[in-house]
Write a protein that binds this ligand. Sequence first.
Ligand code: PMP
Length: 361
Amino acid sequence: MPHSYNPSDIIRPEVLALKAYHVPPATGMVKLDAMENPYALPQALQSEISSIAAAAPINRYPDPNATDLKTALRKALIIPDQMDVMLGNGSDEIIQIIAMATARPGAIVMSVEPAFVMFRMIATFANMQYTGVPLTADFALDLDAMLEAIARHHPAVIFLAYPNNPTGNLFDESTILKIIEATPGIVVIDEAYHAFADASVIGKLADYPNLLLMRTLSKLGLAGLRLGLLIGRPAWLSEFEKLRLPYNVSILTQRVTQTVLRHMDVLLNQAELIKNERVRLHAQLSAIDGLKVFPSDANFILFRVNNAGDLFHKLKQRNILIKNLDRTHALLDNCLRVTVGTPEENTQFITALKTLLLSVK
Ligand code: PMP
């Protein structure tokens, strides 16, 4: 062999330094770690999906433009006529497309800290620089710090999740609008948790030429189908479309999503149940001594508790999986995040949590 092949000679150093995104095994567990909708679809709708899937011509490539699905999404999500829609294999793929499109040498992606981790990871994938501006102690946007960072770094893209993950809160809308106005690049507002919040910037798209809006069907109940949306002006979306792989939304995702969207009321009713459970779970957590529970406009709740890491592992031993955020960021010391599950799952979680907290006293 003329060459000795060593990955570290070939693979970019930023990639060598990365850790792969870790998804913990969850078989048989009460799964409250990933902001999924805990409810199955009604039996009749499941049967309808079975026939639709069985009849789909899976020997053919899907419609590359997903035209019928887009029409159904426009209606179900009330998307303004003047705006274009681009579909991704989950919104993760859309973040990646935006990064690829803007990754000039030295280009900067900006977000807040703590934020959805994929903003930073995908910036690295695309060889971009990343800057995270810390939120205030109560997880609000720090407008002065953001404006200063924008003036200093001239970010090509700012991503803001609204509500934010992992903190669960909505930022102040007027602060977001000031950031959009001050930014020389684009601002992508990620409304992944829109179904659980009473706020959206969708009505602002026409007023702000550098604003784009991202949504996903994952949190609404279709996480397994992988469908994310980017909504914005044709001038931007026609550029991003050039980087979208031709058949990124499978025929099963297209057909099954269209079927489910004909029963949008089912998903919206489930979101209502989750919102009601969020109120109950929040009250129950708040009633426990020593817990600091943060407000939530999403389908998960962040709380701070002594010895969070230890508690997380003990919950796991009891088959309850939540998310440990301790030591991931200075503002998240001793913080855990729990997704709102069914009433039974939430009760199991609360009961286990109380027992464990009593036993360490
Ligand atoms: N944005 C935010 C803020 C999220 O929390 C998540 C999922 N955790 C996503 C996007 C990704 O969603 P999708 O399943 O559409 O890729």
